[in-house]
Write a protein that binds this ligand. Structure first.
Ligand code: OMP
Length: 218
């Protein structure tokens, strides 16, 4: 599937399955948003498979070399796992790892599960980027692993919002950590879809208002 076809198909399916909702939502950052993307509801096998292919294709075209996919708890976990499968189907063998939110003091112990990240080139695979808090938490986990090198970040949705300052979260994260941050779908794609589809005038008006307050110029 071509990238643009994937975006249209994905946004359509996300709306149909309630993954992408319109209404009033309070975000992790405290911002009040007229839309919300819940990757936790991305449980349809076919849609997940197409999503994994999109992640795999994006990785292959944007990140030159990597060893480990790190999927942060909770929503990054299935995304990293299915992406590892999609890459294997394309002939690229990589391993993946994820963290637990709660530390385990019995059994194997620790907070990381899966492939070791020490001395490896790591890509973070995650769901949504807004103000950048979640991604900074993930990077902090990775940095506890000796010699682990962050080489890229691929997000399912970039809400194209400002970070801590006046620039976009992506620009801030790229500048701070010196790695590419690549989204698969962005707010601009959602807006384009809604405009072409028609019947979403009220939602679009609210999204534009929200974008004027928290968004970046695209
Ligand atoms: P930041 O930490 O502000 O970048 O927000 C990203 C996190 O917010 C994601 O990892 C999600 O947990 C959550 N989120 C969504 O899942 N979907 C959205 O549309 C918006 C958010 C959010 O709270 O900003």
């Amino acid at each position: 599937m071509a990238a643009t076809d994937f975006k249209t198909h994905f946004i359509e399916a996300a709306i149909a399955s309630g993954v992408l909702l319109f209404g009033e939502f309070t975000l992790k950052s405290g911002r009040k948003s007229p839309y919300f993307f819940n990757a936790g509801l991305l449980y349809d096998g076919k849609l997940l498979s197409a999503t994994a292919d999109a992640f795999a294709g994006t990785l292959q075209s944007s990140i030159p070399a990597f060893d480990v996919l790190f999927g942060p708890a909770y929503k990054g976990i299935p995304l990293a796992a299915v992406t590892a499968v999609a890459l294997a189907n394309k002939g690229t063998d990589v391993v993946y790892t994820y963290n637990r939110k709660e530390k385990k003091d019995h059994g194997e112990g620790g907070t990381l599960v899966g492939a070791p990240m020490a001395n490896k080139r790591v890509v973070i695979i995650d769901d949504v980027m807004t103000a950048g808090t979640a991604i900074r938490e993930s990077i902090a986990i990775l940095r506890e692993q000796p010699g682990a090198q962050l080489v890229g970040i691929v997000q399912l949705l970039d809400r194209q919002e400002r970070g801590k300052g006046a620039t976009s979260t992506i620009q801030e994260v790229e500048a701070e950590f010196k790695v590419p941050v690549v989204p698969i779908v962005s707010l601009a794609d959602i807006i384009d879809y809604l405009r072409v589809k028609g019947g979403y005038e009220t939602e679009l008006k609210k999204i534009e208002e929200y974008r004027a307050e928290y968004g970046i110029t695209v």
